[in-house]
Design a protein. Structure first.
Length: 282
């Protein structure tokens, strides 16, 4: 019996009798029905795919991405040839990077960029501390912006390192400072070893001397080594000598300890304001 050229379905021959036509048509129809069996079935939303390289070999399946995605914000990437993987959404402020093995994407901090970690407001306190575990292994160094908006009296500010909710005390803080009086032009120098903490600046109780701004850089506090500080700011208090002074100082804590936070200490009275912490990589 002759067959079709592409799929080999049986067809009637030119010499077949008319009485055999019904059987021939039935044979052809059964061949077509069998060949297209894979097109039967499936459910709403499924896709038709090739099951193999064989002719008319198909299968119905759902969208492969739907079985990989688990939550809003997931990203899809190739884990191998013809294989999908899932990367869950990162945290606020992170950027998409390539991992250290250059094998897959990952979320992480922007290299060399600043990431805001926390903002702490305070009112009429003698000291204020960053939250515990503010310093982590995620960042090498930290930048702190301190704004003093009011105080009950005149005084000096200091920074103390902190671990597990406790300030590091003892005479292990060393500082070297320079300030210039805006009114008189007098330049002041200071240095010392103290348990008060590293010198940050001045503050005063007169309203027109507020606010005071201070920028504090802290280097490698999470590493068990000597932690260093750099401070820049515009400070003021009611003492004639120190009224409206630009302050630059540096210091360090002499113990080789890893710390997770920092406190700002008022030398006398109370202070109000806010403190903003950023982490940055170098």
């Amino acid at each position: 019996m002759p067959t079709t050229s592409n799929f080999g379905w049986t067809t009637p021959a030119d010499t077949d009798l008319v009485k055999d036509g019904a059987a021939a048509i039935r044979t052809l129809g059964n061949g077509i029905d069998t060949s297209f069996l894979d097109l039967k079935g499936g459910t709403t939303g499924q896709n038709l795919r090739k099951a193999s390289n064989a002719d008319l070999d198909f299968t119905f399946a759902g969208d492969a991405t739907n079985t990989v995605v688990d939550a809003a914000g997931d990203l899809l990437y190739g884990t191998a040839n013809d294989t999908l993987g899932r990367l869950a959404i990162g945290t606020a402020g992170q950027v998409l990077k390539v991992n250290s093995g250059a094998t897959a994407p990952e979320w992480g901090a922007a290299a060399g960029g600043l990431t805001k970690i926390s903002v702490t407001s305070f009112s009429s306190v003698s000291s204020v501390s960053l939250p515990n575990n503010s310093f982590t292994s995620t960042y090498n160094n930290y930048l702190i912006f301190l704004k003093i908006t009011g105080s009950s009296t005149n005084g000096n500010l200091a920074a103390k390192l902190r671990l597990n909710g406790t300030d590091a005390t003892g005479s292990d803080y060393h500082y070297y400072g320079l300030y210039r009086n805006a009114q008189s032009g007098t330049v002041g120098l200071g240095a010392g070893t103290t348990n008060f903490g590293c010198f940050v600046g001045f503050y005063g109780s007169t309203a027109d001397l507020m606010p005071n701004y201070h920028k504090i850089e802290v280097f490698n506090p999470k590493v068990a080594e000597r932690t260093s500080f750099l401070v820049h700011g515009a400070s003021s208090n009611n003492d004639v000598t120190n009224q409206m002074a630009w302050v630059n100082s540096m210091g360090f804590h002499g113990l080789a300890t890893a710390y997770d936070s920092l406190s700002i200490i008022a030398g006398s009275g109370t202070i109000s304001g806010n403190i903003t912490l950023y982490g940055y990589e170098v």
